[in-house]
Design a protein around this ligand. Structure first.
Ligand code: AMP
Ligand code: MG
Length: 342
């Protein structure tokens, strides 16, 4: 069985074709184009520009994929999978129009894939090498799932991958967003998360910042107060002309506080729900400091997606589609849901 997956929820245009045989799969081709350069000068993602880029890039990536694999789409492809949300409405609309045009042309059904759930499914992929047959990874369940990205901070209980219950989420900024804003306070470009990590490498934990909501019994997060406290601290230091001297320490302290907040909450959920494993995904887990913190606290129980699959891509969508075949719809019944939840 072959599934073509399409991702356009935010600022990455992704297309991937995966072949499945029972518990094995191989990625036949995948294409990804990031829009970071387009948005960076605005300090964040501009939805209408994201849509324009998806519209431009989808046919380019698709043409490049079919030239590479040379298969008869009508005969050889079984389904299209499409991430219907959550995401930016104009970006989702472009993806939908594109997948609908393909489904019409090749007379296939479309599997609507929830973007959040696709992030959790992605940990079942053991490598993302093109053309290599691999076994679908097995992870002990139930698991605790944590999604840390630019748009989400969600803790969930994964009884099985089709039965995911949200335990808590951020009440204001997502963790990635808070890192990007903190980085901006220090004068770093968007997306600031990776730049903050680089700066923090030579920093020291000199400053105490608040850990919002850690004493509450629920599993919600909040990062807006941390950002405000950081802004006040940076302004104070600026007054004394010490900003350049202390920048690395500020980056270290901010990043560390945000990550400690996440670890403390996850640990509490772990103690309450006693899962067999913990799955951590989303763009922020590219951060080596955070990864190490998770491994230190949870040891071998923690699972991350393989390289490049923690951020948005078409592979995650095509792969998830295989587990959701019963949800396939005719193209005329496909809808986007910008506010889709778990
Ligand atoms: P996503 O929303 O999954 O596409 O991930 C993008 C978010 O991850 C942005 O907020 C980035 O700043 C953040 N991010 C990416 N790489 C890193 C990193 N190495 N350290 C911290 N945050 C990162
Ligand atoms: Mg992204």
């Amino acid at each position: 069985m072959k599934i073509l997956g399409i991702e356009t929820t935010c600022d990455e245009t992704g297309i991937a074709l995966i072949e499945f045989k029972e518990t094995k799969f191989r990625i036949l081709s995948h294409k990804l184009r990031s829009q970071i350069k387009v948005h960076s000068k605005y300090g964040g993602i501009v939805p209408i520009l994201a849509a324009r880029e998806h519209k431009k890039n989808l046919p380019i990536l698709f043409d490049s994929l079919i030239r590479e694999i040379k298969i008869d789409f009508k005969k050889d492809i079984d389904y299209f999978a499409f991430s219907y949300g959550p995401g930016l409405p104009p970006a989702l609309v472009e993806g939908k129009e594109f997948v609908v045009s393909l489904a019409k042309k090749y007379e296939k059904k479309i599997i609507p894939v929830n973007h959040l759930i696709a992030h959790f499914y992605s940990v079942l992929i053991s490598k993302n090498k093109i053309g290599v047959w691999q076994k679908i990874k097995e992870i002990p369940l139930p698991a605790l799932g944590l999604l840390v990205s630019g748009g989400h901070t969600i803790l969930a209980f994964i009884e099985d991958f089709r039965k995911i219950k949200k335990l808590g989420e951020t009440l204001d900024d997502a963790i990635g967003e808070s890192l990007d804003k903190g980085a901006r306070i220090l004068g770093l470009d968007y997306p600031g998360g990776p730049k903050l990590e680089k700066l923090a490498k030579k920093g020291r934990p000199l400053f105490n910042l608040p850990h919002p909501l850690i004493n509450q019994k629920n599993f919600n997060f909040s990062f807006a107060g941390l950002k405000t406290a950081f802004w006040e601290l940076v302004e104070e230091i600026r007054k004394y002309n010490k900003l350049d001297e202390l920048k690395q320490d500020l980056a270290y302290s901010y990043q560390k506080t945000a990550f400690e907040t996440v670890i403390i909450k996850t640990k509490k959920a772990f103690e309450k729900y006693r899962p067999k494993s913990i799955i951590v995904t989303g763009g922020v887990i590219a951060n080596q400091f955070l990864r190490k913190m998770f491994v230190k606290v949870f040891g071998t129980k923690v699972y991350f997606p393989v390289k490049n699959l923690s951020t948005d891509n078409g592979i995650n969508i095509a792969f998830s589609g295989y587990f959701l075949l019963d949800k396939a719809v005719e193209y005329s019944n496909l809808d986007i849901d910008p506010l889709a939840d778990i």
